[in-house]
Design a binder for this molecule. Sequence first.
Ligand code: ZN
Length: 247
Amino acid sequence: MSTIRATLYNEFVHERKHESVRNVYPDGIHQAIAAFLRQQPDIEVQTATLDQPEHGLTDEVLAKTDVLLWWGHMAHDDVQDAIVERVHLRVLEGMGLIVLHSGHYSKIFKRLMGTNCGLVWREANEKERLWVANPNHPIADGIDRFFEIPQTEMYGEYFDIPTPDELIFISWFEGGNVFRSGCTWRRGRGRIFYFRPGHETLPIYYQPEVQRVIINGVRWAAQLSNTTVTGITNTPNVIEPLEPITR
Ligand code: ZN
């Protein structure tokens, strides 16, 4: 079995500023997610945070990353454009990217989507029911017709994204809103998965169904034989044809 090299970026700002967040994720959201990923025999995980040099996303780290997971919220603007550029290129080269929850407004997600990525939202601790809209998709493996999150922040349509290549989950919320909660796209050679659940003050990343989907997403987004290929920006003029050209 080949090992998937996952890197988990968390801005790690809420947990340091707000006790209500620290109570739920004492070591940071990234450590909570890394903990269940590390229990998988085929996934190895390293973490990266905003305050590290180059946000922990150096050329060396990204070159050895098959799938990057992204959690950010209040510090999207603090991510350096040069790092966004670097991550963008790696996605085009074939690195998988999983964008979680409020990462919808991250620079890298907006860059890859080419749209505003806005949505409507409400913090009322309401119930969410996520319906599986694509039951044969590997990301939905092990999930029944639907699962519920008992208390969550609402995200609703209109979600300003390009039409997804695949729609995996559709959410219904107690307050009546609906949302495209699990979507995939391809950009260049890379696979991208957006997954909505996860709010910093609620224990959503401890829920087994949410963990299962993220694990499935890592396996789906990894293209192990293909993520080391680099140099897609080379566009040589191939003057010598493979066959003689007669006209
Ligand atoms: Zn949130």
